[in-house]
Design a protein around this ligand. Structure first.
Ligand code: ADP
Length: 232
């Protein structure tokens, strides 16, 4: 369980996150929506440790992780798939996946890549190829597969559908559903709300670094408020 409590964070004098509280349970996808520049990515970066919160608490399964180094947060069980996907083009698909083993906690399983390759047949077929031969959608899959190697409790995903064709976007969202079914707590930032809202169990809308709407995707009124919020 991820708990974010009254978190503030800033870049220099720019106070971007201004008191956000939310929690994400295992097996739940929480959507984070809002117009450009409201602080969605900054929230994910703060949870991932790329940016230290200036105040507030971030807890994973009851333990405070706020302000720790990104590697420590990753090893504690929080994985981040940033918007630029961070694929290493000089490496093969398999080598890119092996980098996910850096986030492993405890003893190394004998075949950490096995279960992941089974789940991502497109990547398994091309394990020895250079990551540059993958399409944008496959690179997004590789970034998501890589973090799954370490079997994290919490997955932070920033704009996974950005720049991708609709067919592959459906596959990317299917992977997110699979993560949820595997019991991950997923915090998902997405511009493509019409697609994303269908994957979410709950959502929040952010405006100027604060939550202005906390909604249920099944509720038509909440969905309409969200669309209204984003079109203001
Ligand atoms: P969103 O993800 O909602 O589009 P961001 O979290 O990327 O918004 O950005 C929130 C605000 O913080 C924006 O005004 C943006 O210009 C600013 N910002 C983002 N990254 C930095 C940075 N590295 N340094 C200074 N300001 C930044």
């Amino acid at each position: 369980m991820l708990e974010i409590e009254d978190v503030h964070s800033h870049y220099g004098l720019s106070h971007v996150i201004q008191g956000i509280s939310l929690s994400v349970r295992p097996g739940e996808v929480m959507g984070v929506f809002g117009r450009n520049g409201v602080g969605k990515t900054t929230l994910l970066k703060t949870v991932a440790g790329w940016l230290a919160p200036s105040s507030g608490a971030i807890r994973l399964n009851g333990c405070e992780i706020g302000g720790q180094e990104p590697d420590a947060i990753n090893r504690a069980g929080v994985a981040f798939v940033p918007e630029d996907r961070r694929i290493f083009p000089g490496l093969s698909v398999q080598e890119n996946l092996e980098l996910g083993m850096l986030g492993l906690r405890g003893a190394k399983p004998r075949d950490p890549l096995g279960p992941v390759l089974e789940r991502f047949p497109r990547l398994a077929e091309r394990a020895r190829q250079s990551a540059t031969t993958l399409s944008g959608g496959e690179q997004q899959m590789l970034a998501m597969a890589r973090i799954m190697v370490a079997d994290p409790d919490v997955v932070l995903i920033d704009e996974p559908s950005e720049g991708l064709a609709p067919m592959i976007v459906a596959e990317i969202f299917a992977i997110i559903r699979q993560m949820r079914d595997d019991g991950k707590a997923v915090l998902l930032v997405e511009q493509n709300i019409h697609e994303a809202v269908s994957v979410c169990d709950r959502f929040v809308a952010i405006e100027r670094g604060r939550i202005v709407l906390d909604g249920d995707p099944e509720d038509a009124e909440d969905r309409n408020s969200l669309i209204g919020q984003l079109s203001v």
